[in-house]
Design a protein around this ligand. Sequence first.
Ligand code: HSE
Length: 324
Amino acid sequence: MLVEGATGTVDTMSDERAVVASPCTVSNLGPGFDVFGMALRQPEDRIEARMTPEPGVVVESISGPGSEAISRDPDQNSAAVAAAVVLERGGADFGLALRITKGVRPFSGIGSSGASAAGGAYAANLLLERPLSMGEMVLAAAKGEEVIAGGLHADNVGPALMGGFVIVRSYDPLDLVRITPPSNLGVVVCMPDVSVSTKRARAVLPGTVPLKDMIFHLGHAASLAVGMRSGDVPLIGKSMRDVVIEPARAPLNPYLAEAEALARERGAAGSFLGGSGPCVIAIFDTDLVDGEGIAEALVQMYESRDTQATSWVTTWGYGCRRLE
Ligand code: HSE
C-alpha cells in the first residue's frame, strides 16, 4: 500500500530510549465507519522503548487495566508489530525492548490496541536516525492494530498519532485529513463491563449496503465534517447517526439504544457506539452542558441493569507525545 499523505509534525530527536504517551481514540463517530476518528485527552497508554543491540522487538512488560489479557508475543502485540514495521521501514540496525502501561483495558471501544500500536510506532520512530513521515507511521501503526482487529483500519491509529479529528480519505493510497475540533467539544465515555472483540464485531457486519443507507451516511458524514471545521457542536451531534454498522452490532452491546437516548435526554448534542463497542460516547457543548451529569446518568442506567460501568468526562486530544 502506498502512502499519499498525512499532515502532522514528526519529532526527529534521536536517542537510545524514548517514553511516549499515546491517547485512546473514538472512531466511526456515527456515520464514518473506518473513516472518522478523534483523539481523546484521556485515557492514554504509556510506552517505553529501549534500543537493544539484538535485532527484533521484545515486550518486556505490560501493566495496567486488562494487561493480563494482552499477548507479549511480538507477533501478536499491536505495539510490538507497529514498532517492528517502523524499524524495518527505517532501516534500523538495532532492536527494541518495550514496556507498556495500559490506560484502558482491551476490547473497550476507545482504541486500546490502537493506542498501543500508535505509541509503539511513535516511540520506535523517535529512535531512528532518519525518521519516517507521519503517513508511514500511521501505516505501520495500522499494521500493528490489524493483528488484533482482524482488518486494517486507520481511524484509531490516525488520530492517536496526529491528534484532533481525522478523516481517512483513502486507504489505497493511505491518505488522511486532519481537522482541529471545536474547543468547546466535550466528550463523555461510558464503558460498561462487557467485552466486545473487534474481530467478532467486524464479522457481524453486512457485506453490502442499500443505496438509501449510503445516501443517509454520506449526508451525515459530510455534515459532521463541516461541523468539525466550522465549530458547530449541534451540527456535529445531529450528524452522529449510523443506520448500518450500529444496528448490526447492537446485539453485542446491551442497552446501547437506551444509553444513547439517555445521553441525549441529559443534554448531549450527539451519541454513538465507540468503535466496535462496548463504550457509548456522548459529545456535548462544554459551555452549556455538565458532562458529569451525563456520565453519572449513564453509569446509573447500566448499574440499574446489573452491569458495572466506568466513565470519563474529557475532550479531544493532541495525539502521541514524548514524555522522556
Ligand atoms: N472502525 C473500526 C470498527 C474501529 O468499527 O470496527 C474498531 O476499533
